[in-house]
Design a binder for this molecule. Sequence first.
Ligand SMILES: C[S@@+](CC[C@H](N)C(=O)[O-])C[C@H]1O[C@@H](n2cnc3c(N)ncnc32)[C@H](O)[C@@H]1O
Length: 332
Amino acid sequence: MIFRLGDFHFPDAPSRLYPDTPGRPWVLEIGFGDGRFWPDYAGTFEAAPNYLGVELSGVSLLKAARRLKAAGLHNAHLTKLPATPLLREAVPEGALSEIVVNFPDPWPKAEHEHHRLLSADFFRLAASRLRPGGAVLLTTDHTDYFEFALAEAERSGVIRAELGQPPAAALHTKYALKWQGLGLEAQHARFVATAQPQALHGALTPYPDTTDPEDARVPHAVLELPADFDFSAFERRAVRLPGAGGASGDTVVLLDAYRSLRREEYTVLAHVVEGELTQEVLINVTQRAGGTTLVRLGKFGGPIITPGVKAAVGAVTDWLVSQGGAVRHLGY
Ligand SMILES: C[S@@+](CC[C@H](N)C(=O)[O-])C[C@H]1O[C@@H](n2cnc3c(N)ncnc32)[C@H](O)[C@@H]1O
């Protein structure tokens, strides 16, 4: 089954994600590509472990979904997200038996090294989400990346690397075959968690499944707008978000505004960047009976209510205030 970000709970639980097999080991695969690994690897277990695959590419997602379906693997979910926020927010502590990374993007240029997935921070997060004795399994053809991962694991202080042979399924993936074709050899390490550091979840909530328009968890504001208010004055604007310790790269960009054909409503399209998590969200500005205007996060796309998403609703509200609006109530 394909999960959108908004389908997860934060954190989630195996009993909710895998109601028929909650007690089985749970494996996360990061960057599953066209999805060849899991049907092959799952076949080496007596009962297929629960599986969560995370990938950035939408094309890969569809290919992998077809493979899982053909293999009849029902306790396997796929999602199109960056791995780190998913691991941090959706996976509970001590839950995973393995995190599998086959042929990660190597980012060979020195100035791009910070894009590499298997950093010391990642290992600390991974160790917190693995069961005691659980491991990150890395298979790569890229010697520089392999050495980088070994050094970062050591630096994390919570992981012990064991070198060995990769599972056979890791040598049958699309990229494994590509590198074998070029005569390159795969290297493999099991990074075993030696401690369970505390790596806390953030404070994210999915868009609540409710029809109550005043639900306190949904960011919204109620304003009175001047009688001659004109939405066509809207201009694209960017708002920088203050990070936990001062300046951060997090940003809200209000990209454009659209008028509804159905009712007295405008919708603002906002791009919200918070670390690795980016969301495109819609903020509805709706005229209500009684003359007030409701500014509210749109449900479309199942947004996750993050500080940045709240700030996007705030940015639209601030703009309306700058155009003469008066705030009556704030719900964010
Ligand atoms: C070189 S490919 C390997 C694919 C597959 N594992 C294989 O062996 O054929 C790396 C994959 O990782 C995915 N990827 C890169 N960074 C990611 C991230 N932060 N989260 C999830 N997937 C990621 C890329 O989209 C790409 O499909």
